[in-house]
Write a protein that binds this ligand. Sequence first.
Ligand code: ARG
Ligand code: GLU
Length: 717
Amino acid sequence: MKKLFSSILFSLLIAVHLLHADEGMWIPMLLDQFNIDIMHREGFRLTAEDIYSINRASMKDAVVIFGGGCTAELISPDGLLITNHHCGYRSIQRHSTLEHDYLTNGFWAMSREEELPNPGLTVTFLKRMEDVTERILGKVNDTMSEEERDRVVREESRKIEQEATHGTGLKAVVKPFYMGNQYFLLVQKVYRDVRLVGAPPSAIGKFGGDTDNWMWPRHTGDFSLFRIYAGKDNEPAGYAADNQPYHPDYFFPISLKGVHPGDFTMIIGYPGSTYEYVPSYHLKMLVEDIYPKLIDIRTKKLDIINAGMNSDPKIRIQYAAKNAGLSNSWKCWKGEIRGLNKLNAIQKKQDYEYRFLQWTHEDPQRKSKYGALLAEYRKLYPEYSRYLLASDYINEVFFRYGAEAVNLAHYFTPLVEMTEQRADKDQINREVEALKSRCKSFFRDYNKPVDEKLFGAGVRMYVVNMPREFYPLALLSWQGKTGKYMEHVYGKTMFADSAKVFDLLDGFSAASVKKLQKDPAYALAVDVKRLYDDKIEPELRRLRVEKKRLDRLYMAAQLAFNKGKHLYPDANFTMRVTYGKIRGYEPRDAVDYRFQTTLNGVMEKDNPAIYDYHVPEKLKELYRNKDYGPYGEKGRLPVCFIATNHTTGGNSGSPVIDANGYLVGVNFDRAWEGVMSDLMFNPSQCRNISLDIRYALFLIDKYAGAGYLLREMKLIR
Ligand code: ARG
Ligand code: GLU
């Protein structure tokens, strides 16, 4: 009896424990202290040292930051890297033309000589990390103003970074964790010669496109291959034809055994940002204010871009990456709103805050330190939201994600200033050359009718959604004649016309400045920038400083309030480890999603009438012949799988590792019902989506005929 009881109790404990085991993005250096026992209980067979060690080769030596925002991992002793197709997308696109359309047809180097260099693309290794909290926080005190505190932290960080890298060629960065309650030094090594080795056609690498993006069941072969090159000494070097393939300290063996429900999986990668500890006001701001407005404007813009892309294959290439970028967050925001509402997240936070407040009132010292925090947040958020929205809206309409010609014009302001201030000739020439190269890549991917429509839609929405005090001058003076104004800008501006812009740059002189200043797109860019600098930026800065102080205190308070639980720090684009299990989920009543998709599902989606669902002829043939070789399982070819690992943007391309430390997949997405995990994790709905590594190997081998690449990998059968 007693035995039965204790085993029930034990399984209850396990069940409770399992519910929470999957949430969290953990610091690799501290796994030994906080996580390894749980990981072992969940099935992991190796040690914390095997993941992160500074004394010997470990998994961390095989995981890199790819470019500026993705993860990639080494899969051979000769520097071969695998990441997502969407992470390599820019590089693939830059090598693509109508004649050599690698986006559409794929690219496979058949020898090392054919691998393509990508100027500007880097990969970053983590050499080591170190807790430097005492050194940093030892320099500050509570009487300092936030600005002063910031300055002191910055200075001390620079000092630590310099000491860590002095004379080594390494890079170092000190980053805040737990909102500035803890600091870590990260020492990195950056390689700069990274070449494209292979990419499937978009009809595989982006199969399902933005229709299936953020969704399960998924059938995307989202991977691409690159290779790191180094100088003769295996150290970083700029591109040179005779650089050697880089030999890493560690690379992942690849398992062909696949995954099954309940299997342990672990992901090492670079999650960008999460917001798990924000107050309810933050959720309210996003769900009720910011997201709905941004969703509306992007819906408009995507309609315009999609129409353009569907009308002309050239526009399809030109706007493919822009479209993917715009659509990606647009769809994620929609999912987040839905997920948060379903979780009743605002109410949950409010309940938590109520308990928190009670706790602060239990103790006079706590009360004086933390008692007013939530009231201060409550005062801050309406203002913060107002300026944040204005800033986002300006970006959406005029700058980074909006009217392209106006954005381009904006890049000419430094040249005008230099000329007016009579800077020396060399400096001006250098600026002119830099602008020429910017314009070259700009006009390569530019279509005036599309841009004109983007501008028109953006301005119309701006007028409706922004208060008048945030109108740029030009809009005020043309008020009531918005339509005319838009014709005026795109009728007259030179920035929508490559020949005119290059004319100006080629013959640039002091007189050209007058011409620039008379240009309506330029004038608008200057107006908007002035509005931003005068009315928005100073307020936003002030509010951010204030918010930062509250965030730091609230985080410290929450750490104390949750004493006994180990809270993970929010993601901050540093290396993290997350672990979970292979598991399906129930997205809605009576619907069960299984954990795995197969090539059969690709064929089910095949539809020549829908661009996102064209299946290449060759893939159909391989399917008909069922020639899956060692990559298939029970007559089917696995394509993607889901698991309960807690991931976010930046984790794309991360290795999915099994209990033995072998690579079984490449992470590339999350499922729609769970994308609110950036703000609140729901263990029953949050799933990360990975490419089954066997699908990648099958494609390399059987589809591309690049099986020679498999010979440098270590395959575990
Ligand atoms: N949702 C994934 C991520 O956040 C994939 C995005 C790329 N794919 C796409 N169809 N836009 O990056
Ligand atoms: N696709 C995302 C990325 O590029 C990963 C998906 C997510 O946000 O979890 O990092």
